[in-house]
Each structure stands twice: as C-alpha cells, then as structure tokens.
Write a protein that binds this ligand. Structure first.
Ligand code: GLP
Length: 239
C-alpha cells in the first residue's frame, strides 16, 4: 500500500484525477470503478476540466459505480444516479455508465446481475474509493465478516447520520443500500482510496495499523497488491 499525504483536500482530488487520467491514457478502454460522496468531487471536476480542454477522452471507457440507495427514485437529487450525472457524467463522454439499480423489483437478482456485468466487461481496472467514518468502503458496513458479492445492506446509524446532510430530514435518509461487495472491490486491478478531513483520521489509522478486521472493512485493502491512498493532512493526522 502506498500512502501519499497532501497539504489540502484540493490536492488530494488533483492527485486522484492524475491517476485516473493516466489509467485512461494508458488503456483507453478502461473499466473504471467510481464512487460517490463528497470526497471524489474534486477529482471529478479535474477530470471534466481535462476532458473539456481536449486532453482526456473517455469515449471507450466504461464505468461501474460502487453503490446506490435502495428505494430512492433515480431522479431524486440525492440518488447516486443523479449525483454521478451531475458531478461527472454530464461533463465527460463516457461510453457506458452503470450504477446499481436500487429500485429493482428483485434486488437479489440485481446483485447477481451487477457482479456478472462487471465480470463480462473484463473486471474493474481502477477503483476509486472514499471511506466512511466507521471504515466502510462502498456501503460495506462494519460486520463480523466480509461479504464477497454485491449485497443489500442495512446502513448503520453512523452512516445515516453522516449522509443526513444531503437530505431534508433524517427520516428521508434511506435505511438500505445496494453495494458492491468486498470481493468486487478486491478484484479491481488497482485501488485508489481518497480521504480528507479529521473525521476520517481514525478510520484511516485503523485501516493502516489495525488488524485486517471486518469491523473496519477498509482494512482488507492491506491484502490488495496495488492500493494507493491519497490523504490530506487532517485525514493522515493519526498516522
Ligand atoms: C457513502 C458512500 C461511500 C463514501 C462515503 C464517504 O457512505 N457510500 O462510498 O465513501 O459515503 O462519503 P464522503 O466522501 O462524503 O465522506
């Protein structure tokens, strides 16, 4: 695991964008694993800017997002479908984009379909990850085990509180989500994890120094051969 610490969040976003840009230049038909949350926004803005300057072409790229809320209409402003359209997809020329369908009539079938689609696309070349305050990646919440495949998860109170800021009231925050499993994340050829802010410092500390432990789902990344962690000083403050 390589760890790089930057002065501020903006630099973290730029560094992440550099890695993704390099990936797309090296392999124009890359399969990109994308993430939501506030952490990737700077990275996405930089990618849009390079694309609009003509330096970066996504026309052969395919993307798969990590997760989506269950039961939130795609057009809801807080859905991850809407987030990705607004923060990235409207500004670039990705060939195909995929986000799990949290409104599928049969959610278990949707989980299987999503994993099969990623496999059929050749697997994820580079996966972008944020991290939850409790060490979750995607929406894989602390647990006594790691789940391999895409799954339906019950969000923990800590995650509901953290995501409450995007919704009008706490009651509006969905309680369930569909998330790529830990196997799906670990199968990515390369992982780029970004974290900014002091409220991520404990999760980063536990990921880097703790045991590989499903109570801190991100700790499994220590066993992945190609992980780059990009942190601002605040997120790295306990290292
Ligand atoms: C959500 C997402 C995660 C993300 C996390 C952190 O729970 N499912 O993929 O990493 O939020 O979000 P933020 O970057 O806003 O702190």
């Amino acid at each position: 695991m390589q760890i790089h610490v930057y002065e501020n969040a903006q630099q973290v976003g730029q560094a992440a964008a550099m890695l993704f840009a390099a990936q797309v230049i090296r392999k124009p038909d890359s399969v990109l694993g994308l993430a939501t949350g506030s952490s990737p926004i700077g990275c996405y803005q930089q990618l849009i800017s390079w694309h609009q300057d003509g330096a970066l072409d996504f026309s052969q790229c395919v993307s798969y997002n990590l997760d989506e809320y269950v039961g939130l209409p795609e057009e809801h402003e807080c859905s991850y479908h809407a987030f990705m359209q607004e923060q990235l997809f409207n500004g670039i020329n990705m060939k195909e984009t995929h986000v799990p369908n949290g409104n599928a009539a049969d959610l278990q079938a949707e989980c299987l379909r999503y994993d099969a689609a990623i496999q059929a696309a050749g697997g994820i070349d580079m996966q972008l990850l944020g991290i939850g305050r409790n060490g979750h990646i995607g929406f894989n919440e602390p647990s006594d085990h790691f789940v391999y495949g895409t799954q339906i998860v019950e969000l923990t109170e800590s995650t509901i509180q953290a995501n409450r800021r995007f919704f009008e009231s706490e009651n509006d925050v969905p309680r369930k989500a569909i998330s790529l499993g830990i196997g799906g994340i670990m199968n990515a050829k390369e992982v780029v994890l970004i974290a900014m802010g002091a409220d991520k410092a404990q999760a980063i500390h536990d990921t880097v120094y703790g045991d590989v432990n499903p109570q801190v789902q991100a700790s499994i990344l220590r066993t992945h051969p190609h992980v780059t962690m990009l942190l601002d000083k605040a997120a790295a403050s306990l290292l």
